[in-house]
Design a protein around this ligand. Structure first.
Ligand SMILES: NC(=O)c1ccc[n+]([C@@H]2O[C@H](COP(=O)([O-])OP(=O)(O)OC[C@H]3O[C@@H](n4cnc5c(N)ncnc54)[C@H](O)[C@@H]3O)[C@@H](O)[C@H]2O)c1
Length: 360
């Protein structure tokens, strides 16, 4: 029988990566290094968000090097994080520092070239920020290169590792809301850039690939172009789970709200992951009853949990929480919703045949 007095120690110890990896960052801008400066006064969401401080805080990995084409970003990085091995060329960084795990926090433009180059140079895992790329062809090439070279590709949609959502998945697995049937998102934001997070999270919860989509964009002019945009849409997954996305641009003051609706209850996350609710159906009256949502026992930054998760993915030889396929599906759904609008709001089957389609 487990000895209760050692239980916390056991949980902490067993969640650690088994080894200590060499970590590096390509792209030392906001997401790579400085974004937490913008989040003072947002206490509900545990920081750090930036990859460098998250890598420093994570167990099982040391931040040993970084690369950026802009020397001034490297100077700032050194001042903040005390890293000395800094390069203006990521290939030279890999040759000289031999990192195991590399975060790619450039903007989407260089992401495919850098990811493919890192895979070819034999890094064990790449943790690339979102959106995965600009075109479906780029996303395909990133996945293919990582597969060919045995590199784990994780997309940094870090909500997928956030303990509140991990617990929500556990609530569903325990049968507390019955079989998951629908998911709803309301958040007035861009479909590809911000909603990569939502769509990767939906993919994790649906536990099946998206099958078809329709969409209504905010206006025809935006839908005709390639820039990221907002709108509304509907996704049907292969197992019948459905998702409704409302990213319609409006100034309602309401933040990100997500609902996971099962046969006998629902989980609601409000105000950009600040409040989680669990509602079940009273078996006698059929009315709704609110139950305590199982808050995380050890809540912390989802980016720290994600980076430790990538270390563990190296150890099991697979990425299950947010692989490249989830990042590509997020981009593909956003593009397919826009395609649906262009075709008169008709059903669009996935995968899309035209891999040159782009967003952003
Ligand atoms: N919560 C999140 O997950 C989150 C939040 C903010 C931004 N992002 C994403 O992070 C990405 C970067 O956004 P940002 O705001 O940090 O941009 P940024 O411009 O501040 O930083 C990008 C950095 O990459 C560097 N760079 C460009 N090409 C390079 C190359 N070939 N090799 C090395 N360095 C190179 C640039 O010089 C720059 O310093 C975007 O895709 C954005 O969507 C994610």
């Amino acid at each position: 029988m487990a000895q209760p007095k050692f239980e916390a120690f056991r949980v902490i110890n067993e969640s650690k990566p088994q080894h200590t990896y060499r970590g590096a960052i390509v792209g030392c801008g906001r997401m790579g290094s400085t974004i937490d400066d913008e989040h003072i006064g947002m206490p509900h969401y545990p920081w750090p968000w930036a990859h460098a401080p998250a890598m420093i805080e994570a167990r099982g990995i040391d931040l040993v090097a970084a690369a950026d084409v802009d020397q001034s970003k490297l100077d700032d990085f050194k001042r903040r994080w005390g890293v000395e091995a800094l390069y203006t060329n990521y290939r030279e960084m890999v040759e000289k520092q031999r990192p195991d795990i590399v975060c790619v926090t450039t903007r989407p433009g260089p992401r495919a070239e850098v990811t493919i180059g890192l895979a070819e140079m034999g890094v064990k895992a790449i943790f690339a920020t979102k959106p995965m790329g600009r075109t479906l062809a780029e996303a395909d090439a990133m996945i293919e290169a990582c597969l060919k070279h045995g590199t784990i590709l994780s997309i940094a949609c870090h909500l997928n590792w956030y303990k509140w959502y991990t617990n929500a998945r556990q609530v569903i697995a325990d049968g507390a809301i019955g079989r998951l049937k629908s998911m709803i998102c309301h958040s007035p934001s861009s479909l590809s850039n911000l909603h990569s997070h939502t769509l990767a999270l939906f993919r994790l919860f649906a536990d099946a690939p998206a099958k078809w989509v329709f969409g209504v964009m905010d206006n025809n002019e935006q839908a005709a172009g390639d820039a990221d945009l907002s709108g509304s849409g509907f996704v049907v997954y292969e197992n019948g789970v459905r998702a409704i996305m409302n990213s319609r641009s409006e100034r309602s003051g309401l933040g990100w709200t997500l609902e996971f609706i099962g046969e006998t209850g629902r989980i609601v996350s409000r105000n950009a992951h600040a409040q989680f609710e669990l509602w079940r159906t009273d078996s006698e009256t059929g009315g709704p009853i609110q139950c305590q949502f199982p808050n995380p026992w050890h809540p912390r930054s989802s980016m720290v949990d994600a980076i430790e998760g990538v270390c563990r993915s190296v150890e099991i030889g697979a990425e299950r929480i947010c692989p490249g396929e989830f990042g590509r599906e997020a981009l593909e759904i956003a593009i397919a919703m826009r395609e649906s609008h262009r075709r008169g709001n008709t059903r669009v089957d996935l995968p899309l045949k035209d891999r040159s389609l782009r967003m952003g």
